[in-house]
Design a protein around this ligand. Structure first.
Ligand SMILES: [Zn+2]
Length: 310
């Protein structure tokens, strides 16, 4: 009894978070944690981790090395088990920017096969006009994944099963990470909660089909979904997100039929999108970008990253 009580005290203090963390750590299942980016966006995206019998698997590594260091610190506070893997849900630098910290902590980097060809090239395009010499240097130094796959993959953390699946929609090199015994699905950017998604590399057609698959997976109503951006989500949030994408497609289709293009199209669509989703935070900039990418997809002009040979 005494030993148990002491353990509880230790576990409690070990879980107390420093106030300055760039994310909020949330336990969402036995040994399963979501690290949710804060309102100041210091981490740049969400991440998470799964503690198994003999090691830890991390999902994504944030935008920067400091946030990744804070994540490694939290993992070490919670468990003495080694960090064995980091799985990148896709190549975008806000999810891969801290990979070197995870690798230095002992992790093997697992990613979709296309990530290896894109992580040091396509991220320049992703940042666009935000690119700086510092970002260029960070992108050039991003580690390449150690294990790549174009197929589904099972990782065993001792007896704990983690299922990695290839999915379509966000970049052309997307993975989800499922923990069956905890009913937790890390979706990467296949799901955003109440925030407009970045469609720069996406196919809304494929994306909505993947989200429909999430809704129809066995036990979906009991599943915890960890989105790439926004708070921890449930089935209703997945339905809401897919409805948002379908609304965007319909409104852009209708706007084009009404003769609107470019700026006038964005001005016509954005208020309607906000009226349909009043609890979302939709900036003019995000809406204009989305409308443009959606119009490109509908007119067959959408640029998407092209897979490179290994
Ligand atoms: Zn992304």
């Amino acid at each position: 009894m005494i030993a148990l009580a002491m353990f509880a005290v230790f576990a409690g203090s070990a879980f107390a978070q420093p106030a300055s963390l760039p994310f909020e750590l949330k336990q969402i299942g036995p040994g399963v944690y979501a690290a949710v980016d804060g309102p100041e966006h210091k981490a740049g995206s969400n991440a998470g981790f799964v503690i198994g019998d003999d090691g830890v698997l991390v999902v994504d590594s944030f935008f920067n090395l400091d946030a990744a260091r804070a994540l490694v610190g939290e993992i070490h506070r919670l468990t003495p088990k080694p960090i064995r893997y980091v799985v990148n849900t896709h190549y975008h630098i806000d999810h891969t920017g801290g990979d070197q910290v995870l690798r230095d902590a002992g992790a093997v980097i697992i990613a979709h096969r296309n990530v290896r060809g894109w992580v040091r090239t396509e991220n320049v395009h992703l940042l666009g006009s935000q690119i700086t010499p510092e970002f260029r240097a960070q992108i050039a130094a991003l580690p390449l994944p150690d294990v790549t796959t174009g197929n589904d993959l099972t990782v065993w953390l001792g007896s704990r099963k983690v299922v990695i699946r290839t999915v379509l929609g966000h970049t052309g090199g997307d993975l989800t990470i499922f923990v069956p015994d905890a009913k937790v699905l890390f979706t990467g950017d296949m799901l955003w909660r109440k925030i407009p998604p970045n469609l720069i590399d996406g196919s809304v057609k494929e994306w909505t089909a993947t989200d429909a698959d999430f809704e129809h997976m066995p036990g979906a109503a009991q599943t915890v979904f960890v989105p790439g951006h926004g708070d921890v989500a449930n089935l209703k949030d997945v339905e809401d997100f897919r409805a948002y994408l379908l609304d965007l497609r319909r409104l852009v289709t209708d706007g084009r039929k009404g003769g609107f293009t470019d700026d006038t199209l964005a001005k016509a669509v954005t208020p309607k999108l906000r009226a349909l989703h009043p609890d979302w935070t939709i900036s003019d900039r995000a809406a204009a970008a989305e409308v443009g990418y959606m119009a490109d997809e509908l007119t067959g002009k959408k640029r998407r990253p092209v897979p490179t040979a290994d």
